[in-house]
Unconditional design. Structure first.
Length: 460
């Protein structure tokens, strides 16, 4: 009997691999009380299934909500090269413990992800070590610009990412001619870190002089972000390329981007929605240092307004771990970045609890939105035939986030000791329960590369 025959037999006999029972399910139509049958990694039945279906495993989900598996579109898992900060194993373990079922990983590793061999090396490292599904960004730079149309179509590639402003690692493309070459070679939505390198260099003296991390958002000011965003949006518009602006941090950019939504999508991070200057720098020091910076309350409010107005398409954590020793270097030599993949869901559920957004909107920003924008095959909704990626959450659970809970090699979170309401309790990746009762239960990491609908066969 082939595997397919076995699945067909199970389907006929209504016997699932996993039954999720009595859940409040976030579907495209609204929140409905449903049972979910998962078979062969996919959702095969939805509705009143108790007594009608049997299953090898069941998850009693009464009182819980089930979101389509959360996809974190921006993480730095540092492998290869920087495994003292993070690994694919620990990073994805943190992801599933935090209710995340899929991730897009960034190319500023060592070596940078610039070639087919670099991408393949990451896919190989993830095989048998990644707890969730994954895809890797290729870095766009002067050295590979002409190959990007081929590179972005490779299996397991999330697309092309460009750093216009230097942040961490050696991946910088700030020159107009290079940016145009990159934009011209490829069709997929291109992701960009938009900070203006010239302005950052001019203004660095400010923080060299003060050595005060509270000046981080003044050095890398809203103008630095706006200038770069305007430049790349204009260039992409002329060339006819779709764009994805990562971690938008300022009111100024949101006002501008609201007029460019036809071709440009917008990502924000939970950090920029939650932390606030100057308080976070006074309290956390360089642990709160990231690029682009966390800004003051007026910017934070503008990001929330942009969520309400529909300008924001996606929430990605920008999980960017650094060691505590690294962070202890005197500012501005301390590296920028904070962990975030494991706290994305708890922090955003707490915002839901406080009435800042609905659970339905959160599902769109963290699952349906990424799937829609990037054309991820079979993900982003709880519907028949889709992958059985499920994030089960208890909206009433009161928990305290702690460093001890964080799986990241770096071992810390900017939310240490924060109390939140709403918590991920179980994570299902393609029908396999990986986390149950807040505990890792999957016997081995079975994450797979994601597939993309947009990818066309390479035209060399
Ligand atoms: O703060 C940041 N850290 N921003 C980035 O764009 C890169 C990241 C990192 O890799 O550490």
């Amino acid at each position: 009997m082939t595997i397919t025959d076995d699945l067909a037999t199970r389907l006929t006999h209504r016997h699932a691999d996993l039954l999720v029972l009595s859940a409040n399910v976030v579907t495209p139509a609204g929140i409905e009380r449903l049972d979910i049958a998962c078979l062969g990694g996919r959702i095969v039945a939805l509705g009143e299934l108790r007594g009608r279906w049997t299953g090898d495993n069941t998850l009693e989900a009464s009182g819980l909500h089930v979101l389509p598996g959360i996809i974190d579109t921006q993480v730095h898992f540092r492998e290869p090269g920087l495994t003292h900060k993070e690994t694919l194993e620990a990073g994805t373990r943190g992801a599933v413990l935090g209710g995340v079922t899929g991730i897009f990983e960034m190319p500023n590793t060592t070596p940078l992800t610039l070639t087919p061999a670099d991408l393949q090396a990451k896919l190989d490292l993830a095989q048998g070590r990644a707890w969730c599904d994954h895809a890797f960004y290729i870095g766009g730079s002067a050295v590979n610009a002409e190959r990007l149309a081929e590179l972005e179509n490779l299996p397991g590639c999330a697309g092309v990412k460009v750093f216009m402003g230097s942040s961490f690692g050696d991946l910088l493309s700030d020159d107009d001619a290079v940016l145009q070459r990159i934009l011209r070679h490829g069709k997929r939505r291109m992701a960009v870190h938009a900070e203006d390198e010239t302005r950052l260099r001019e203004r660095r003296a400010l923080v060299e002089a003060s050595g005060d991390v509270c000046d981080h958002p003044h050095w890398r000011d809203p103008e630095s972000a706006l200038l770069a965003t305007q430049r790349i949006v204009a260039m992409a518009g002329e060339i006819g390329r779709r764009l994805h602006v990562l971690h938008v941090s300022s009111a100024d950019e949101m006002a501008y981007l609201a007029h460019h939504k036809r071709r440009v999508s917008v990502e924000v991070t939970p950090h920029h929605l939650t932390l606030c200057a100057p308080e976070c720098y006074q309290r956390l020091g360089s642990l709160a240092q990231m690029n682009p910076p966390v800004r003051d309350e007026s910017h934070r409010q503008a990001l929330w307004q942009a969520i309400r107005d529909g300008v924001v398409d996606v929430i990605g954590s920008d999980h960017a771990p650094h060691t505590r020793q690294g962070k202890a270097h005197p500012y501005p030599d301390s590296p920028s970045g904070m962990t975030g993949v494991q706290t994305l869901v708890p922090i955003m559920l707490d915002h839901v609890h406080k009435g800042r957004l609905s659970l339905q909107r959160l599902a769109d920003l963290t699952s349906a939105g990424p799937a829609r924008l990037f054309g991820i095959e079979g993900k982003g909704r709880i519907a028949l035939g889709y992958d059985a990626d499920l994030t089960l959450v208890d909206l009433n659970a009161e928990r305290r986030i702690s460093d001890a809970w964080i799986a990241s090699v770096s071992g810390w979170t900017p939310y240490h000791n924060e109390a939140v309401t709403g918590w991920p309790v179980a994570t299902v990746v393609r029908g396999q329960t990986v986390v149950r009762d807040e505990t890792l239960v999957g016997c081995s990491p079975q994450g797979q590369p994601m597939a993309f609908c947009e990818v066309t066969p390479t035209q060399a």
